[in-house]
Design a protein. Structure first.
Length: 341
């Protein structure tokens, strides 16, 4: 059993309103009519705190210039989303996992293959991705799969629970144990209430699409330029504009705040429009991905000595590799022995 299964994070800041952060598809009509869910005082606090748990300012530039491996980062986000959909996790779990990933990569440089090489072995990103999703799930989900069971989608390695736990500790240390990050989901109810008619017949579809757009934005590196509130604002006016005429000046006036930058929101709005027009909103898990996961999980029905994820329940029987032998386990140990944790 993972030592972090019952992870309880005691933090200085407990300002995230649970109703705002929860799945916005829940109690839709009630949320849109209940002023307490759109309490401006709460949103103002969120606006003040959102900058405290985002990647460093130079992170986007380093990704775009090649200082950081943008392909490896995007592959990590893709994997997180596939597992999120496989287990039907809360959207907030996926958003938090990506937030942890980007904040970690902006603060901590994963060791390179060698001093003469400018690349990082893929397994290090894989281990980081598993750890980010594992911590996020422990923060938000009522039922959390074992860390090994999270590794059901693709990937060339199966990491031991103790290895994942060590990476979780490194992750939490780099994040300074601040895991209750403010995401665009914290604001979307508030902005949708301001701009959307609650009586429209397809309200559920609007809220669902807002979540998918937010997840798509979290995946795209170009959206790293914007704060969570700016992304939520841009998503809300984009979707509201499909069913009614939106006066953007009135929209900004109705949410007047020194923390809302009109020019930045409009720039983000243009990117959201491009995403909507290109139909690249986060796709569901592919049939191939489902089959790959099902093959790994199928062992649970035919082997009595396995966990729910189809892998041996005894730590001593785990290996850190599927295809690369003992060398992978040695590499993992060297990673931590070299000062990673």
């Amino acid at each position: 059993m993972d030592c972090f299964t019952n992870l309880l994070c005691s933090e200085e800041y407990k300002l995230i309103d649970e109703e705002i952060q929860s799945d916005p598809q829940r109690k839709l009509q009630q949320l849109f009519l209940d002023d307490s869910c759109a309490d401006y005082a709460i949103v103002s606090k969120l606006l003040e705190k959102e900058n405290e748990m985002i990647p460093r300012d130079d992170y986007l530039a380093r990704l775009q210039s090649g200082g950081l491996d943008v392909s490896a980062r995007n592959d990590s986000v893709d994997w997180i989303y596939k597992v999120y959909r496989y287990y039907s996790f809360e959207p907030l779990t996926a958003c938090l996992a990506v937030n942890y990933l980007d904040r970690f990569l902006s603060e901590y440089e994963l060791p390179r293959e060698s001093s003469n090489c400018n690349t990082t072995e893929p397994w290090k990103y894989q281990l980081l991705s598993v750890s980010c999703l594992s911590v996020a799930a422990k923060m938000e989900e009522t039922s959390v799969p074992m860390s090994v069971d999270l590794q059901v989608i693709e990937g060339n390695l199966i990491f031991e629970p103790k290895t994942i736990q060590r990476m979780e500790l490194l992750l939490l240390s780099v994040l300074k144990w601040r895991t209750n990050a403010v995401t665009p989901l914290a604001f979307i109810d508030y902005f949708l209430q301001r701009f959307t008619n609650p009586e429209i017949p397809d309200l559920k579809s609007v809220v669902s699409r807002s979540v998918e757009l937010i997840l798509t934005a979290a995946k795209g590196v170009e959206f790293l330029e914007f704060r969570p509130s700016e992304i939520a604002f841009a998503v809300a006016i984009s979707l509201a504009g499909e069913t009614q005429i939106i006066d953007l000046n009135n929209a900004f006036d109705s949410c007047s705040s020194s923390h809302i930058n009109k020019e930045r929101v409009l720039k983000c709005y243009e990117l959201i429009q491009e995403v909507m027009n290109s139909r690249t909103i986060s796709p569901p898990l592919s049939p191939a991905g489902v089959l790959d996961a099902a093959k790994l999980l199928s062992y649970s029905s035919s082997n009595n000595g396995t966990t729910g994820g189809g892998l041996p329940s005894s730590d001593s029987t785990f290996v850190d590799t599927v295809s690369t032998g003992v060398a992978a386990a040695v590499a993992v140990q060297e990673f931590f022995d070299g000062g990673a944790c």
